[in-house]
Design a protein around this ligand. Structure first.
Ligand code: PLP
Length: 440
């Protein structure tokens, strides 16, 4: 990220950095040029209404969750959601019921099972909103249509965090966009997988089930009152590009991805994850997940690629590393990565490294709601003595920003062991140093 890969032409930013002067509309009450641009975005994705966002998917998620249900209500959320979803839950004092993803064989978090959503909604009819992430940071797609049906049968809305899926629906190799699959609100970061500036995103409403008045109210609260015209122009520019040249750009991109997969098919130790299987309803092949196959940590692989090959990956998971690609990546870039992986693979010695996300993102016990834990009195204890305490903060690896522990959950011995192990392996664990904040 960002998906423009620093290869876009753009006017001098100062020349387009204006404010809401006559003729240039106002993002918070769009009626002119911004409104027309947003209508184009809705047409392109097949939604009922689209909003340009200049505070990232983060503010779209905050606004959609806040608008979907009244303060204090119950929501069902995938436990592998991004921290923005938890922040919305905190701000609106929501009661959160969690559903855990399935796990793929490599220990990577897989899809959310629609049957489980159905049965949890049967058990808890007060839930009026379901939130899932599809695709995940790892490119795993859930069955949005089935989940939307289950939610609607229970009179609940479905909000899809599609931050990593703004490119979905533009080529048959990529999954269909959640905007066309029955979700009620879909939030996508244009900056992640399309060629736009960091912080740009779209919020789509795809039905009348969530009030536009409420969404707009919350966008006014969560989003800057001085929206950047540079960022908005970036969204406009990338959507225009998709509309006008998308077919060709995606054909080239998919050609490069296919060639890359052919070139790396002979890897013996490293393994590219990314086939559809029973634990992933679909998969974004634009995400190149390189599993280290028992040889080293993802962090070590990331370092080798950076230091020896000058290739910067998106992130390192515990047993894999991820390269994020877009229509802007060049054939030369794909070839360099494929050659580097083949060379590294030749020299790999198996070490029996065996640590996966499944070890880290275990099932947690909720003792309090997030807002109750955040607003109670806190104290600080050494991490190694925190077993059994109720966590008062978020603990996560960043990226991907999925909390390992959220406020209100009980810290287990396994969490302490795994956090310490991550730190020893060189991963940054947000929210915890030698000490950890707990409920007093
Ligand atoms: C799954 C997911 N959702 C939401 C976000 C937030 O997106 P943004 O950075 O556009 O605010 C991220 C950011 O990495 C993410 O990975």
């Amino acid at each position: 990220m960002p998906g423009h890969k620093r290869l876009m032409d753009f006017p001098n930013p100062y020349s387009v950095d204006i404010t809401e002067i006559e003729g240039f509309d106002n993002l918070h009450h769009a009626e002119g040029i911004i409104s027309r641009s947003q209508e184009r975005a809705a047409r392109l994705y097949g939604s009922v209404r689209a909003y340009y966002l200049i505070n990232g998917s983060t503010c779209g998620i905050l606004a959609a969750v806040s608008a979907a249900v009244p303060r204090g209500s119950s929501v069902l959320i995938a436990r592998n959601c991004h921290k923005a979803v938890y922040h919305a839950i905190y701000l609106r004092e929501l009661k959160a019921d969690y559903i855990y993803p399935e796990y793929m064989e490599s220990g990577i978090q897989g899809k959310i099972d629609p049957a489980q959503i159905e049965s949890r909604l049967d058990e808890n009819p007060s839930v009026k909103a379901v939130v899932i992430t599809s695709p995940t940071y790892d490119g795993v797609v859930s069955d949005v249509a089935e989940i939307a049906d289950a939610a609607h049968r229970h009179d609940a809305v479905l909000i899809v965090d599609e931050a990593h899926g703004a490119h979905f629906g533009f080529h048959p190799v990529f999954p269909e966009n959640a905007t066309r699959l029955g979700a009620d609100a879909v939030i996508m970061s244009v900056h992640k997988t399309l060629p736009s500036f960091t912080q740009t995103a779209l919020l789509h409403l795809c039905s009348e089930r969530i009030s536009t008045k409420e969404v707009e109210k919350f966008l006014r609260i969560y989003e800057s009152s001085s929206p950047s015209y540079i960022l908005m122009a970036g969204i406009e520019r990338s959507l225009e590009m998709i509309e006008e040249d998308g077919k060709q750009l995606f054909e080239n991109y998919v050609g490069n991805l296919k060639q890359f997969r052919e070139k790396t098919a002979k890897l013996k130790h490293l393994r590219l994850i990314g086939q559809k299987n029973s634990k992933a309803c679909d998969f974004d092949i634009g995400k190149i997940l390189i599993e280290t196959g028992g040889s080293m940590s993802g962090h070590e692989l990331q370092q080798i690629l950076r230091e020896r090959y000058h290739l910067e990956l998106e992130m390192a998971g515990v047993n894999y590393a991820t390269a994020m690609t877009s229509i802007m990546d060049t054939k030369e870039g794909f070839d360099r990565l494929a050659d580097a992986l083949c060379e590294i693979d030749e020299k790999i010695i198996e070490t029996g490294f065996n640590f996966t996300p499944r070890d880290i993102y275990g099932s947690m016990t909720k003792k309090m709601e997030i807002f109750e834990a955040e607003e109670s009195n806190h104290t600080v204890v050494p991490l190694e003595k925190s077993e059994g305490r109720v966590c008062a903060c978020y603990i996560s690896l960043y990226p991907p920003g999925i909390p390992i522990i959220v406020p209100g959950e009980e810290i287990e011995a396994e969490n302490i062991y795994n956090i310490q192990k991550c730190k020893k392996l060189g991963y940054e664990v947000d929210g915890v140093g030698k000490n950890i904040e707990v409920v007093k």
